[in-house]
Design a protein around this ligand. Structure first.
Ligand SMILES: *Cc1c(COP(=O)(O)O)cnc(C)c1O
Length: 387
């Protein structure tokens, strides 16, 4: 590589952050090794307290992944066979997998083109259809804050309160986002976080947490993550799972937490550079501004007119060595694992046209707190090169 070749642009960059705090990470891991409490050590308690304070909620329960956070939250409500769980068709597979693992039925809802999140009117329509058919009990809504952008929580909370449904926020991509001044994690009856390495707050393996204001729920979550144990270790009160957060991962997250606010601000700055650089070309639509809400900018996704245009942009980016990704190329109701469940959930279910169209049109650009303005311009130039 010649001296003038710019360094490769990272899609997610976990090394730049690690260089800033490597000493602290090493010291914290060494303390865990010396202390020997590898499971449920004191770092887990410290992290839970700090995350609850950050999100402005009463309780945080560390768990082994974002997927297990969703699963434990639904297990605590007793969600199971005969229950309908409403969720978007345009999301990561984990959101739909969890109700199915518990024997419940996912009811896929369409999303909005502008926000990428669950379409509230479509949710209401499908809820009415489930009630009219009378086969399934409406039990829960899992709304996803896709790419870091808050879903319509005031409306979803009100609907769930009125209908006696559990409101669960899949905030796996969105920790650090805010809506009406309240952090994501504080909306809904509970929220699931993921600490997968590429998320806004990531560890060096798998990890997750559940946030809630309910003391009863938090106690159930603590029991369920440890095999349903009661007050003493060998009292088993309910069927649980092994869903704990490792002490070493908690220690790593504690080292990263002091950087988190400034990293969120840096992500928002990158989003601003992209929006300015892409403005003026009608063929590429940058994420819309959101009155009253702040994205956590977990993933930065633009919309192109159609699959052909997206293919051209992907090729132009690849030719220039600029990484890109498609989240997600297939709506969940078209996945082999889910399509029969989708067909069985509702007879004559309305189509999901926006979810299907988005899969052909979305393109995600590099997004991390250490992306420079010059790199953002190189990315934008590559996007616009053949458009
Ligand atoms: C990452 C992710 C999950 C799952 O989190 P894991 O920690 O990988 O289990 C769930 N939902 C969404 C929307 C995600 O992006």
């Amino acid at each position: 590589m010649s001296a003038t070749t710019p360094r490769p642009i990272a899609f997610f960059d976990m090394q730049a952050q690690q260089r800033l705090i490597r000493g602290d990470i090493d010291a914290r891991i060494a303390r865990v090794l010396d202390g020997g409490r590898f499971v449920q050590g004191p770092e887990v308690d410290e992290l839970e307290a700090k995350l609850a304070a950050f999100a402005g909620v009463a309780h945080c329960v560390g768990v082994s992944s974002g997927t297990d956070a969703l699963q434990i939250a639904l297990m605590a409500e007793g969600v199971g066979p005969g229950d309908a769980v409403f969720l978007p068709a345009f999301t990561y597979t984990a959101t739909a997998e969890v109700p199915l693992v518990l024997g419940a039925t996912p009811v896929f809802c369409d999303v909005e083109e502008g926000s990428f999140n669950i379409d509230f009117a479509d949710l209401e329509r499908r809820l009415a259809l489930v009630k009219a058919e009378g086969r399934l009990r409406p039990r829960a809504v899992i709304a996803v804050d896709l790419y870091g952008r808050p879903a319509d929580w005031p409306a979803i909370e009100a609907l769930c309160a009125r209908e006696g449904m559990f409101a669960l926020d899949d905030a796996a991509q969105a920790f650090g986002g805010r809506l009406r001044g309240k952090r994501l994690g504080g909306w809904g009856d509970a929220a699931a976080l993921s600490f997968y390495p590429t998320k806004t707050l990531g560890c060096y393996g798998d990890g997750g947490a559940i946030l809630t204001d309910s003391a009863e729920r938090a106690e159930l979550y603590r029991s369920l993550r440890t095999h349903g144990e009661g007050k003493s270790r060998y009292e088993v009160l309910r069927t649980g799972m092994n869903g704990r957060l490792d002490t070493i991962q908690a220690a790593i997250l504690l080292a990263k937490l002091p950087l988190f606010e400034q990293e969120l601000a840096a992500r928002a700055r990158v989003a601003g550079w992209y929006a300015a650089a892409l403005r003026g070309n009608d063929a590429v639509v940058a994420p819309a501004a959101m009155p009253g809400g702040e994205s956590a900018w977990g993933i930065y996704t633009v919309l192109l007119p159609d699959a052909g245009a997206r293919g051209r942009v992907q090729a132009a980016m690849q030719a220039r060595g600029v990484p890109a990704a498609v989240y997600y190329p297939r709506p969940l109701h078209h996945q082999p694992a889910y399509r029969d469940h989708h067909a069985a959930a509702l007879r004559g279910a309305p189509p999901l046209p926006v979810s299907e169209a988005l899969c052909g049109r979305v393109l995600s650009l590099p997004m991390h707190p250490y992306l420079t303005e010059a790199e953002a311009h190189r990315v934008a130039e590559a996007v616009l090169a053949d458009l």
